[in-house]
Design a binder for this molecule. Structure first.
Ligand code: HSE
Length: 429
């Protein structure tokens, strides 16, 4: 049986999952894959903590990644250190040495993918990044092979477990945002810097990767419109539900044959759409494809073992396909896709106006909406005794620039007690 010597760089949350699976299940993996996966050397700055994870003392532990990269016996490097500086050096040097690289690092692939795919090709080796998006969900492989005959019309993704967990706990248990975030961190879902989760940057990196696979071009994260969940209050979560929607942080990719849209923002989705039922830290990716029709893949998006499985699945896949994948889909990543600016995209919107309780308020609002070609699809006002009065409007699809202009005008009126709250709405079919 072919023996593969692995060099693991980074023994944190995912790395410790890789160690555990290899220690517990190497025989079963060998039966299924025909490969003997041998954890040869582990590199981590905390040598004692790493050694404590090992039942097999023949595995070498070092704090020098150079030692792992220069060892000719090691043919596959698993990069799990995060960030893009040292991680890039590790991945680039390993590829230049002809080693297979497997990473869970979405920032690395999103920011430096074009260079790394070119290096893989030049050196006739492979770089796998299944673990970078959707943890458990084999979305990269599915898009590369399972849906190979299709073009992608749209992708809607719950791509960040931490924010899905927070939104779920705010709705189901009435937790405030900070407590829910702390729980997600304790459960090991959150990034080292959780602002990457809550500000939508992590989901942006993942959408950049999926959009790249869908369009065949590089979609840089810096070009993607990104808005996090900070402004989502319990009021919006409650009112959305009363109206038949649930708020999810969605990565949205759309291609109409001419223009590409890629954006990450809180989105109201119909409660009866399967993506609305995806709760807690679970991720989901809903694809609208040309031949296969709609499809949704669901699974744990974060956590040590689910992500470690994705890492090891790449180790197996690329060690049995070396020289045959070599970044075929990613060939044109040196070209950047041109994205539709967010202001020019047409969407539906939920708006909560917060106004005084006086005659004529509604008239003033509808006059400004109408003047800016914002068409009202539904309207709701509950009778209350105190101000501000909440006027809830759902619009028909309208260009975002027009909607923003109308909101600015309305918020400047004397009838406005507080700024309006706007959430995009997708009637995904
Ligand atoms: N922080 C990420 C999440 C981990 O919450 O989804 C997986 O990428």
């Amino acid at each position: 049986m072919k023996k593969i010597n692995l060099g693991l760089i980074g023994a944190g949350t995912i790395g410790s999952g890789v160690i555990r699976i290899l220690q517990e299940n190497a025989k079963e993996i060998a039966k299924r894959s025909g490969l003997q996966l041998n954890l040869h050397t582990i590199c981590d700055l905390d040598i004692d903590k790493t050694k404590a994870l090992l039942s097999n003392t023949t595995i070498k532990v070092t704090d020098s990644y150079q030692e792992v990269l220069t060892n000719p016996e090691i043919t596959t490097i698993i990069e799990l250190i995060g960030g893009i500086t040292t991680a890039y050096e590790v991945a680039a040097k390993a590829l230049q040495a002809g080693k297979i690289v497997v990473t869970a690092n979405k920032a690395l692939i999103s920011e430096k993918g074009a260079e790394l795919f070119a290096l893989a090709k030049q050196n006739n080796t492979e770089i796998g990044y299944e673990a970078a998006v959707g943890g458990t969900i084999p979305i990269i492989r599915s898009m590369k092979t399972g849906f190979v005959t299709n073009s992608y019309q749209a992708i809607y993704g719950i791509l960040n477990g931490t924010t899905n967990y927070i939104l779920t706990k705010m709705e189901e248990e009435g937790l405030d945002y900070a407590t829910a975030l702390q729980q997600a961190q304790e459960l090991g879902f959150a990034e080292q810097d959780p602002t990457f989760d809550v500000e939508g940057i992590d989901a942006g990196h993942k959408l950049s990767i999926l959009g790249g696979l869908a369009s065949g071009k590089c979609i840089p994260t810096r070009e993607i419109y990104i808005e996090g969940i900070a402004k989502i209050s319990k009021t919006e979560i409650r009112v959305a539900k009363e109206l038949g929607y649930r708020i999810k942080l969605l990565g949205v990719y759309k291609f109409d044959g001419e223009t590409i849209e890629a954006r990450v923002h809180p989105t109201m989705v119909p409660l009866n759409h399967p993506i609305a039922g995806v709760m807690n830290e679970v991720n989901a990716i809903f694809l609208q494809t040309s031949y296969s029709g709609p499809a949704m893949l669901v699974g744990n998006g974060a956590g040590s073992l689910p992500t470690a499985n994705a890492v090891l699945s790449d180790v197996v896949f690329y060690n049995t396909r070396i020289g045959r994948d070599s970044a075929i889909v990613e060939t044109n990543y040196s070209q950047e896709a041109k994205l539709l600016p967010i202001g020019e995209s047409s969407e539906r919107f939920y708006i909560r106006f917060n106004t005084v309780d006086k005659p004529g308020v509604l008239g003033e609002i509808t006059q400004i909406l109408g003047k800016n070609q914002v068409s009202i699809a539904s309207f709701r006002q509950s009778e209350v005794d105190e101000e501000p009065v909440e006027l809830i409007v759902i619009t028909h699809a309208v260009q975002e620039n027009k909607l923003r202009k109308a909101i600015k005008e309305i918020d400047a009126l004397t009838i406005a007690k507080k700024s309006s709250v706007v959430v995009r709405l997708e009637n995904i079919s």
